[in-house]
Design a binder for this molecule. Structure first.
Ligand SMILES: [Zn+2]
Length: 171
């Protein structure tokens, strides 16, 4: 099977033969990723083509377990940032019977990524989304950076994380 990277994404949307050859699961992922890019990303997408592509690729390649948590989740907002990070805020959501406590995640990607190799950008996007998947809160747990890298590696981004960590970095 073709790897579900950015080339796969572009071919699936531009070539009807490629699209028709996809499994139902792959077609569903395409639509979920498209929805995420449209609903969860604020503005930045217009100015950061490389980051948008890397985010698209990571979302396409996520294993189903992670895709189920991260896609179709309206409590994740992606923005441009001065640094890359995944912040979380607790908020309350009143219902007729009780008050739900929920978490909103703001995932920011630094503008400097635009000047970095694509592979490193993919690694950083996977790292930040791993923080959200692991439900990391601000400054905890202590080894959250290592955990996020380990999870991104498990998702299949081993090469990208190693490549990213070999670059000068501030996350
Ligand atoms: Zn991190």
């Amino acid at each position: 099977m073709r790897m579900m990277n950015i080339d796969w994404w572009n071919a699936a949307w531009s070539d009807s033969k490629v699209y028709e050859s996809l499994s139902e699961e792959q077609k569903t992922r395409l639509v979920e990723v498209e929805d995420f890019l449209g609903n969860n990303c604020l503005g930045w997408i217009k100015g950061s083509e490389k980051i948008r592509q890397a985010l698209t690729e990571v979302l396409c390649r996520l294993p189903n377990e992670a895709g189920d948590v991260l896609l179709c989740n309206s409590d994740i907002v992606v923005i441009d940032g001065s640094t890359s990070c995944a912040w979380s805020w607790q908020y309350v959501c009143p219902t007729p019977n009780n008050i739900l406590e929920k978490w909103l995640y703001i995932v920011a990607f630094r503008a400097a990524l635009r000047d970095m190799p694509y592979k490193a950008v993919v690694g950083e996007v996977a790292h930040e989304l791993a923080h959200v998947f692991l439900e990391h809160r601000l400054y905890e747990p202590e080894d959250s950076q290592e955990q996020a890298d380990a999870t991104a590696r498990q998702w299949g981004f081993q090469e990208e994380i190693d490549f990213l960590n070999a670059q000068p970095r501030m996350v």
